[in-house]
Write a protein that binds this ligand. Sequence first.
Ligand code: AHM
Ligand code: MG
Length: 336
Amino acid sequence: MSQTNQTLGEFIIENQTSFKYSSGELSRLINSIRLAAKVVNHEVNKAGLVDIIGNAGDTNIQGEDQQKLDVYANDKFIQTMTNRNIVCGIASEEEDDFITINSQDENHQNKYVVLIDPLDGSSNIDVNVSVGTIFSVYRRVTPVGTPVQIEDFLQKGVNQVAAGYIIYGTSTMLVYTTGDGVNGFTLNPAIGSYYLSHPNMQFPEDGRIYSVNEGNYTHFPRGIKDYIKYCQKEEGDRPYTSRYIGSLVSDFHRNMIKGGIYMYPKSSKSSNGKLRLLYECNPMAFLAEQANGKASDGYMRIMEIEPTELHQRVPFICGSKNMVDKAEEFMKNAES
Ligand code: AHM
Ligand code: MG
């Protein structure tokens, strides 16, 4: 039985041995993400102060260049994982290509690659709305000790060994899975430690919240339009409530706790939707499935999609299982 006074550090150590391929490497990796997240959290929290305490122009009070927060977060996560020498490669939504780590060092035995969206929903920062970091971890498929290759990153979501997100919200939380359920940890900012606050998180099988950018309604496929009309219909426990933050991590987090569905479908304007398969959809799909939820592109399981490029986009429907099933049913019926 989990204790709520357990810190993330204690939890990682306690659960390390139950992990199938345990060598401590994955634990060190989660630890470095935990550390970088604290640094980024600090910066995100004072975002509104930048114009007040920063110098005019583009340098801050220490004389450092002011960076956009998403660039800052990208640098911090990459720096932390590179300095601690715990992964062999990183791909980031903020970088055009993947980064190879220590390919010159023949003793470099690290076997994991990380894919990361360092600050998702960053357009929300200016208006003080929650943003998040999303990460996904795979075991490399090319030989250990050699430079990573594109195929180490272009793996199906089912191959993930860990995934998670940090939500910089009213409180900051780190939520992650290593394939054995989903656990959420809340940062106590006074102490700088994360505590297990949400053990074994589960999507309710049914929900009453739908989250979609309805401004794009006219451009959505028939099946999605029909499903939205279904959500709005006065019948049984409907109409459902519409909630859309526009910050995937926050919308997902709320839906996981309360029960709901998130949709970013394709539209006549963007044939594959907006969200990235490798940095956003796969990690959220892994978390959803580990929390008894479901993630689909409308027709098939997200984690079964064969990736073809690093920044590939896919339509994304994710949340309470029965709701995703229903949306898929509408997609299918619209075809016939
Ligand atoms: P980003 O990676 O550029 O921040 O975009 C991803 C975000 C998601 O967090 C959010 O759900 C979605 O974009 C919102 O998009 P839109 O404004 O088109 O509804
Ligand atoms: Mg993003």
